[in-house]
Design a protein around this ligand. Sequence first.
Ligand SMILES: *[C@@H]1O[C@H](CO)[C@@H](O)[C@H](O)[C@H]1NC(C)=O
Length: 239
Amino acid sequence: MRTVILVLALVSLAVSQDKLNMCLTAKHHKAKPGPEGQLYKQCSPWKDNACCTANTTEEAHNDNSYLYNFNWNHCGTMSETCKKHFIQDTCFYECSPHLGPWIQLADDSWRKERILDVPLCREDCESWWNDCKNDFTCKDNWHKGWDWTTGRNECPTGTQCKTFTDIFHTAQNMCETIWSNSYKYTTYTKDSGKCMQMWFTEVPNPNKKVAEYYLNKAPSVSVPASLIILPALFSMQLF
Ligand SMILES: *[C@@H]1O[C@H](CO)[C@@H](O)[C@H](O)[C@H]1NC(C)=O
């Protein structure tokens, strides 16, 4: 019995350590995170440990890049102040090795896994919103429903270009809806340790501690829980 428990504890430890440092199984992610010295501009904060390659990060800064052929300018030219948030969002998605707690199987042709409900820091969602709310779009969910007949996404018939304010109404709705709930809006601030930062400059990556926080509070047998509960059970001579 002790052996079984010990094995379970070790397995749970191994699984949660894995989840702290891993890459999505998706279109451009590396199999495993590692150093990438040449990450481009806005993606450079991830260079010590990244799931993206230098090529991916350079492409992330281009319009209609080969990454997803995604056209930011589907309702006229997107402002540079707004676009920098979409570039940062791409860096975060492609490069982050600490999204493990939010990785789920995806129902998409182009990827096996997706992220769901990643708790985004309030400042990162609100500055994204404030810099984009006067830009134009025709859809609230940018993952699906586009007209791809030209090879890049265009507004489908029956939709109209309106301001982000008219389409999304709030910062929360934009951050959550735009990528099918990849992000969850939170009121946690960047210094809380309880939300993921799309924008950061610190070394090491502050999001690792956040992932650790959510892994440890998960209902499954977590590392600290097993370290406390198991010795207690042994000392009570239950096994
Ligand atoms: C990245 O790689 C793709 C595919 O190999 C290539 O088409 C593209 O030109 C590369 N981009 C850069 C910026 O090197």
